[in-house]
Each structure stands twice: as C-alpha cells, then as structure tokens.
Design a protein around this ligand. Structure first.
Ligand code: ADP
Ligand code: MG
Length: 323
C-alpha cells in the first residue's frame, strides 16, 4: 500500500511546488480565508502550510492519510462544476509517503486538536495538541526515501520560483483569500484577501504594474470576463504573465493567449508581454474536462466566441489608452 502511495507520489508530487500546491488547495477546499506558506531551502528542507479552514477531528485527521479517502466529490467529469479543487484523495497519502509529515488540526473551539506524525508513509504518532480552528501541515525532508527523485530537483532558486509561480496562480484565482508566502523567513508576497484582483496584482507584480492596470469587463450570453491588463511597453514579462482563471480554476489555453496578443496590433517589444489576468465565468458544460486535471490545459466549446470577446475588449482598452 505504501508502494502504491509512492507510485502515486510520482505523479502528484514532482517537486516542492507540487506539494505546496496540493496543501494550499486543501486549505482552500477547507474554506480558509487566511493561508500562510513558509518554505525553507526551496521547500526541500521544509514546507509549512497553515490555514484557518474548517479543520478536522481526530478520526478524520487519521483517515485523511488513507488512499482515496477524499471527503469531496468524486466524479472527475464534474471538475469544473464542483467548487472543491481536490477530489481524488491522493495528495496527502502521496506526500506523506515521500517525506516526514506532521499534521495538526482542530475542528473548532472546544474541540480537541490532533497531531498526526508520518514518516515515509508510516504513521508514527497520534497525539493531542492545542491550536485554534484550522490545519497546519509540516513537510520535512521531501524525497528523503526516494533518492532518484531528490537528485532530479534543481537549485534552491529554481524550486523557489516554481513555488512562487504556483502560489501566484492560486492567489490570482482566489482574491478573497489572504495568502502569505515566505522563503527562509523572507516574505515573497502577501495578498490582503479583500476580494480585489488589483490588490493581488499589486502583491505579485508590484506597485508600478498595479498603477498602470486597466480593468477588463466584458460579457456576452455565454461568458462573463473580468480582469486587468497592463500595456506590454511598461514592464518586463513573458507569455506566462498572461493568466486565465475559469470558474475559479487557473487554466492554460493557448487560443486565449493569442487573442490577447492579437489585440495589441503593433509589434510586441522584445521581452515584453501585456501582463494580463482574466477571470472568466461560464457554464461548466462549456469546459471540456476530457483532459488531465493536474495539467492546466483545457479546451472550451465556443472557444472562438470567447476569444473574440476578449480580443475586442482588450483592443478597445489599448486604443483608449493610446488616445
Ligand atoms: P482530496 O483533496 O482529493 O480530497 P487529499 O489527499 O488532498 O485529497 O486530502 C484528503 C482529505 O483530507 C480531504 O478530502 C479533506 O477531507 C482532508 N483535508 C486535507 N487537508 C485539509 C485541510 N487543510 N483542512 C481540512 N481538511 C483537510
Ligand atoms: Mg487535496
């Protein structure tokens, strides 16, 4: 069984960033609106995620490490209609199988908190603990028992930038949640969680960018698009600065990126792209979920219509700012 977990870990847990992503998605699913992530040495030494979500009682805390013990909806094709980000019950057992993990959780005031310790997938201790409502997970010595995987990791800086990227995506998709990310005690970013996308953009990209952002608001019968865009001349950026969130999930879609770029009808200055955040609401039935959920690519029916809507709106914004 632990072998099965380690094999699953091969898919779910590629590097520290994937651990952080899974843990933070669990915090989001638990309804947290404050999430703190602290990593040490690129997350290779340790990853600590704490939240103020609903927490778990002792029994659930133990059950969480059983494979496929999800408390969430199980049907994969409902991916874009369900609210929860996790649904397979694989992440915690997988992460636990390749690290030393401590989970401390409390389901609320008056409830006893529990602390579960796992070492390479084996439960070593379950103790009483004290904490306010919510959950914290400490993952230490990632891949200590899978040396091949450990060797495959890149430099600390590379791992940090992967963590920051994936946290940035989650922050953009969840402006109502306050997210703090630190590395070796140094703050990388902190979003206020006040629901304002502009404040997330500020936290991730800085004041200069936030100040120049233009709001996007567009709608047709099928789509409602909000977001913001910054002219490419203003700041260094690459394609990955064009972010798309569909129904609260960060996705990748090449056609949408191209629609944004088409809207800028002059040649792009070298090394500069329009930093863009698009948050799109649509009927989940229009999202083709016949794709691997861990990969972010999705296909959309009515993609052409959506791209046209985005292109027109962005083109108008660019023109207006030039005038
Ligand atoms: P999944 O997210 O797919 O359900 P996980 O392995 O990530 O599977 O988590 C297993 C279960 O543990 C979740 O379904 C949830 O019930 C519980 N859980 C994990 N993390 C948290 C958390 N931060 N707060 C509350 N419950 C959690
Ligand atoms: Mg999960």
């Amino acid at each position: 069984n632990n072998l099965a977990n380690q094999i699953a870990a091969g898919e779910v847990v590629e590097r520290p960033a994937s651990v952080v992503k899974e843990l933070v998605e669990n915090s989001l699913d638990a309804g947290a609106d404050r999430i703190q992530v602290a990593i040490e040495e690129g997350g290779i030494r340790s990853i600590h995620v704490s939240d103020n979500g609903q927490g778990m009682d002792r029994e659930d805390a133990l059950r969480a490490f059983e494979r496929h013990a999800t408390s969430k909806i199980r049907r994969e094709r409902d991916l874009f209609s369900i609210r929860s980000l996790g649904f397979r019950g694989e992440a915690l057992p997988s992460i636990a199988s390749v690290s030393r993990l401590t989970l401390t959780t409390s389901a609320g005031e008056g409830e006893a908190a529990a602390c579960v310790r796992m070492d390479g997938g084996k439960s070593t201790a379950v103790e009483d603990a004290v904490r306010s409502q919510g959950t914290e997970v400490l993952v230490e010595d990632l891949f200590f028992n899978t040396p091949a995987r450990l060797k495959y990791l890149k430099t600390v800086n590379t791992e940090v930038s992967h963590v920051a990227d994936s946290m940035g995506r989650l922050a953009l998709a969840h402006p109502r949640v306050s997210i703090l990310l630190t590395h070796n005690g140094r703050e990388l970013f902190r979003t206020p969680g006040d629901g304002k996308l502009l404040h997330v953009v500020h936290a991730l990209y800085g004041k200069q960018v936030a100040r120049q952002a233009m709001s996007i608001v567009a709608e047709d019968m099928d789509f409602s698009v909000t977001g913001m865009i910054i002219r490419p001349e203003i700041t260094r950026s690459n394609r990955s600065y064009i972010s798309t969130v569909i129904n609260g999930r960060f996705i990748r879609n090449i056609s949408i990126v191209q629609a944004v770029l088409r809207a800028y009808d002059t040649l792009l200055p070298i090394g500069r792209y329009p930093i863009t955040v698009l948050s799109i609401e649509m009927d989940p039935k229009l999202v083709d979920v016949n794709v691997h959920p861990a990969k972010l690519e999705v296909r959309l029916s009515k993609e052409k219509e959506l791209c046209r809507l985005i292109e027109e709106e962005v083109r108008q914004l660019f023109r207006r700012q030039v005038l």
